[in-house]
Structures are given as C-alpha cells and as structure tokens.
Design a protein around this ligand. Sequence first.
Ligand code: GRF
Length: 236
Amino acid sequence: ITVGTLISGGGTNLQAIIDACRDNRIDANIVFTGSDTPGVKGLERAQKANIDTFVVDYAHIIEDCKKNGIKDTDLPKDFNLKEIQSKQKLVVSDASKEQVEFFLKSRAIAEKKLLDIILDYDMDLLVLAGFMRVLTPYFIDRINIEPGKHKIMNIHPALLPSFPGTDGYGDTFRYGCKIGGCTVHFVDYGEDTGPIIGQKAFEIEDKDTLDDIKKKGLEKEWELYPHCIQKFADRV
Ligand code: GRF
C-alpha cells in the first residue's frame, strides 16, 4: 500500500515505519512526510530515506489569522462552518463560540494547504506519526471520501479509552498506573476516539520515573505501528 505520513517532531515512529518498509517487513511504501513545524528531526529522517517532504507551518498560519483576522475570502471555497460544527465532537466545554469558530476556520486554512499537497499523491493510508495538531471534519471528510471507510491512523501514548489528550504517558504516570501502553486507532471527529486497531502494554515498576515510562512506551510504539499498518494492508 502507499502511505502518507504527517509528523511534528523527532519522528522516531516514522523511523520505525521507514525501517519496516525498507526491510520488507510490511507491504508499504511511504510516499511523503509532511510536518506542521519547520526544521524538525523527522523531516531529516524522511529526506535520508529519499521520501518527499513538505512543511505547512501551522504556528505561522494561526499567528497570521490572529493578527489580521479571518475574512470569508481567506477560507477554502468549499468550507461550510455549520456542517463542520455539527460534526466536530471535540470537547471544548470552556471555549466561547468565537473561539470555536476561530479554531475551525484557522485550522481549515492550514488544512486546505495540507490537502492541496497531499491529494496529488496516490495514497491508501494517511499515518499520523506524532502529528500534534487536531484534524477537523473539514480535513477528515476530504481524505475519508468513501463512507464508512477509515483512511487516517494515529498513535496515542496511552491505553485508550484511558487518558486521551496530548500527554498520555504523563497522565499514566501521575495517576499511578501499574500498567501503561500505547494505542493505534483510526481518526474520527473526536479526540482520540476512533476505532482501535492495536494496543501494546508494559509494566510500570514503583521506581519508574516519567522518563522511564516514556522510554518503555516508545519502544512498544515502534513495534505496534508497523504491525497495525500491515493489518490495514492485509485488508486492502
Ligand atoms: C509519541 O509518543 C506518540 O505516541 C505521540 O507523540 C510521540 C511522537 O514521537 N503522539 P516521535 O515523533 O514518533 O518520536
């Protein structure tokens, strides 16, 4: 299968997938690596493996939207706020109506730039490998064009449905869990709520620090992600 990848940082999961492809451990070929942040190590890893890379600088785009405001003409032509609002399931309990609108509109401007690049590729699956930005229904609907068929995968640093959000290992540590883990799941309109594809767990000893937990967890992630991509490939 052809796989597109999105990253935000170090890209150790990306590296695990690159290695699995190179060694023919999975029937996959990475066609691009996109990043929301310039200059990250993961981009270097992709370039070393001769994979096309690109950056859509989210921080810069959002800053620009804040500074100049968002006019209707800045939005993608096919952007429909009402439709997207009715689908988005993120918990934004303490956000005002204006904040939610700004969030969806500024993300759509960034996501349109991503889509303009991504949709030129032949891609069976989009893999989020440490991509730290929420994807809104605007983006998801333009990738998952076949109803009921998921095409976007994410890795989460906790055993879902426990500890969704950005700090899975931190939350696992602070709660005092004796078992931690990671989850690969399909992406839907919620935050870390989509159907689970695979999970791996590890034991936490009383003496383990947060760094120990992260280390144990990442090692499990590097095994789990290629395995889940192969599971998907077997079904295509
Ligand atoms: C991983 O822990 C992943 O679960 C989380 O972000 C981290 C990315 O690490 N979503 P890396 O960039 O793959 O090294």
